[in-house]
Design a protein around this ligand. Structure first.
Ligand SMILES: NC(=O)c1ccc[n+]([C@@H]2O[C@H](COP(=O)([O-])OP(=O)(O)OC[C@H]3O[C@@H](n4cnc5c(N)ncnc54)[C@H](OP(=O)(O)O)[C@@H]3O)[C@@H](O)[C@H]2O)c1
Length: 359
């Protein structure tokens, strides 16, 4: 890529970045820095990426609201998921000008201050894969975190097999949408929860059975009409602590089945803290004290391994996992994008175009 194409930011070494400067909600914690430094100190194995689009994830605003500065090591650039063009291949086996997508994990962000809501970011080559020409930047931007999460849950931890039966709580979450597509690619039977307005969309992804979570508690609906055979795997992709869905699971989860939860984190409300404490008790309660005779596990916060990113990219490039985009915002409107994802009503990824000229 020529110097002209890198645009003024790289030439003058200054760029625009959404920077997390303090703990709080996005409107309090984030500042648009129009004079941030373009990274110039690439380590061996790192490349400089001209970011075209970034996508938001709940982990972004959750950590913004929870972690104190001394742990989060603020200021740092916001967000994790991105797609863009290699601006400096830095002697790696990649080439300047190649289109890629990838993910900046939480640990790397805390270590380097880098994120994805920025014009230029630096990442190790293990954190990116080549972008197929069939993907628009707005589609590729949000694949990383939700894709790695769904793959880790179903393939690596859940070990879902063809012919098995999967229950996804939260089929219309961005994680759930990828999980449904992966499960169908594996050949599993998939039951999901969603609100009725999402049923047609979820069935279009191949969902076999649908439970409307707004009608009655999900565990009650499953107890009333349990699947035959019972589920092999329950993947809870909503992210709150749904205690009865776990404690009642012997009615609809096989004895050797696994209840895998994406991320029940407490918020600062008393109700959420109490619920989290209740969940902690129930998942640790021994059987002889009336504990639930089913295994419960929580997914760890995602890191990146090159082979896992490449595995996900194969599903995407073969058309087995299609990106679903809820909305696309201008870079300057990132705070409105946060409002959208925090509404918890998005259907697919909330994307921020960093380069206004891309699709
Ligand atoms: N462990 C990790 O590394 C990791 C990685 C990624 C995500 N996560 C966690 O996974 C969770 C989901 O993230 P996401 O980005 O996929 O969320 P999201 O896309 O923002 O979720 C929004 C969707 O959730 C649906 N929804 C809301 N409440 C629901 C409920 N009670 N039951 C069923 N569906 C419900 C909404 O549908 P309606 O509008 O129809 O209600 C909406 O379509 C979050 O808690 C996130 O922190 C963890």
């Amino acid at each position: 890529m020529s110097a002209t194409k890198l645009n003024d930011a790289a030439i003058f070494h200054r760029q625009k970045a959404w920077v997390v400067v303090r703990r709080g909600k996005p409107r309090v914690a984030l500042v648009l820095d129009e004079n941030a430094a373009v990274p110039s100190d690439l380590a061996e194995g790192e490349v400089l990426i001209k970011v075209q689009a970034a996508a938001l994830n709940p982990v972004g605003y959750k950590l913004m609201g929870i972690l104190p500065n001394f742990i989060a090591k603020r200021p740092h650039v916001a967000e994790h998921d991105f797609t863009g063009i290699i601006a400096d291949a830095n002697g790696t086996d990649l080439a300047t000008g190649q289109a890629v997508w990838g993910f900046v994990p939480v640990g790397l962000k805390i270590g380097t201050g880098q994120g994805s809501l920025v014009q230029y970011t630096r990442v190790p080559t293990s954190h990116i894969v080549l972008r197929s020409p069939s993907l628009k930047p707005s589609e590729a931007a949000g694949l990383g975190l939700v894709g790695l999460t769904a793959c880790e849950a179903l393939v690596h931890i859940g070990k879902l097999e063809e012919g098995q039966s999967l229950f996804i709580n939260g089929g219309s979450t961005a994680v759930g949408i990828v999980a449904i597509q992966l499960a169908k690619a594996i050949g599993a039977k998939v039951t999901v929860t969603g609100s009725s307005k999402r049923e047609e969309f979820l069935r279009s992804l191949g969902v076999d059975a649908f439970v409307d979570y707004t009608k009655a508690p999900v565990y009650e609906q499953l107890e009333r009409d349990p699947p035959t055979p019972k589920f092999h795997l329950i993947f809870d992709a909503v992210g709150d602590a749904n205690v009865p869905l776990y404690t009642q699971s012997p009615a609809y989860l096989q004895p050797n089945g696994l209840y895998l939860a994406v991320a029940p984190w407490p918020t600062s409300t008393l109700g959420s803290i109490m619920n989290f404490a209740w969940l902690t008790w129930e998942v640790n309660r021994p059987l002889w004290l009336g504990g639930t005779p089913r295994q419960w596990r929580k997914l760890p916060v995602m890191t990146v391994k090159k082979e896992k990113l490449e595995e996900l990219a194969r599903y995407v490039d073969e058309g087995k996992v299609k990106p679903i985009v809820d909305s696309v915002f201008k870079f300057e409107d990132a705070l409105a994008a946060y409002d959208r994802i925090m509404s918890q009503r998005a259907l697919g990824k909330v994307v921020v175009k960093v380069d206004p000229e891309v699709d």
